[in-house]
Design a binder for this molecule. Structure first.
Ligand SMILES: C[S@@+](CC[C@H](N)C(=O)[O-])C[C@H]1O[C@@H](n2cnc3c(N)ncnc32)[C@H](O)[C@@H]1O
Ligand SMILES: [Zn+2]
Length: 314
């Protein structure tokens, strides 16, 4: 199961986590264990918990982290991070990293059905269970398909593509990645097909996000992460999609502000204090050198916060 994986913004992520050798760290998205190995290397008495919901990624992480007794691999969705850690006796951590989206291993393994470039049965399930791309494409209503394509793929021709999908599947089910890719291409007016990469790229991204409930997992994790962070703990999130980046940005801003009073209130009555300091006001992007080496870095944005100590209760 050897594969090449270029971990996005590796140095920037390590700086962001500000790793203490005796600290407790969580990598929510183990993947090829690139970031996890770098964290593990920096620990002496510290601990690392590496999560992934893909059984293949879990196997790879176990293999690649086996030389690091300070690392433990957890086969779970990162939205369940707090519960899984609690079951292992951990209630506070010094750093959490999320490197969202699909791994190059998932993309490059044709039979996983993530790629429009290689023929495979439609699948795209990171966890290898639950609703697959086949079911989304062949059973979701036209309106829901259009919403997914528009919102998650920012696809201008969402409605047309959804209509083409529904018409095609009335003849026979859409079975494979290449069938879907061709169908998407045929729905996009010829003059527009060359805009923004392969014409099926946005639709595949959108369907993948829907299949894996990616925004729900992120939202759930964001809801719980603050309570998990020890004082001075860091939370670093690498996103590859404007919707994800917006969710992270808004949540971090809310934590940094503290106050949750409606904007029309003349003075604060909630008395909520800021919970974090923003380490990045603007997201960090990959260096020109990394951009030249790795296509995946192009849409990457890294945002980081640091937990403030809770005020003494009186
Ligand atoms: C971009 S890759 C991570 C690559 C990794 N940082 C590295 O350096 O090798 C994302 C990984 O996160 C996993 N993943 C995505 N969403 C997840 C979730 N909600 N829970 C657990 N794992 C998830 C995917 O299965 C994939 O293996
Ligand atoms: Zn307030």
């Amino acid at each position: 199961m050897e594969f090449q994986h270029f971990s996005v913004m590796l140095t920037e992520c390590m700086d962001a986590l500000n790793i203490r050798q005796d600290g407790i760290y969580v990598d929510g998205t183990g993947g090829g264990a690139g970031h996890s190995q770098e964290i593990a290397k920096r620990l002496t008495t510290g601990k690392l918990f590496t999560f992934d919901k893909d059984p293949d990624a879990v196997a790879i992480c176990r293999e690649r982290l086996k030389g690091y007794p300070q690392a433990q691999v957890v086969h779970s969705d990162f939205s369940r991070m707090a519960q899984e850690l609690k079951a292992r006796g951990i209630t506070k951590v010094d750093g959490i990293l999320l490197d969202l989206g699909v791994s190059s291993h998932q993309l490059d393994t044709a039979q996983r059905g993530f790629s429009y470039q290689s023929e495979a049965k439609l699948d795209m399930r990171m966890a290898q269970e639950g609703v697959s791309a086949y079911e989304v494409v062949n059973t979701y209503e036209e309106r829901e398909l259009a919403r997914i394509l528009r919102e998650y793929g920012e696809e201008k021709f969402a409605q047309r593509i959804a209509r083409f999908i529904v018409q095609a599947r009335q003849e026979s089910p859409i079975e494979t990645t290449t069938q879907l890719a061709e169908l998407v291409k045929s729905a996009i007016p010829a003059a527009k097909r060359r805009e923004g990469g392969h014409p099926a790229k946005r639709s595949f991204q959108a369907i993948r996000i829907a299949v894996n409930s990616e925004l729900d997992a992120l939202s759930e994790c964001l809801e719980r992460a603050l309570d998990l962070l020890a004082a001075d703990g860091r939370f670093a999130v690498l996103t590859f999609h404007s919707l994800e980046d917006r969710m992270v940005k808004q949540k971090f801003a809310q934590w940094a502000k503290g106050c949750i009073c409606p904007p029309q209130f003349p003075v604060c009555v909630c008395n909520n204090k800021p919970k974090v300091t923003l380490i990045t006001r603007k997201p960090i992007e990959a260096t020109p050198q990394e951009l030249a080496e790795n296509r995946r870095s192009h849409s990457a944005k890294l945002r980081v916060v640091q937990r403030l100590a809770d005020e003494e209760e009186n």
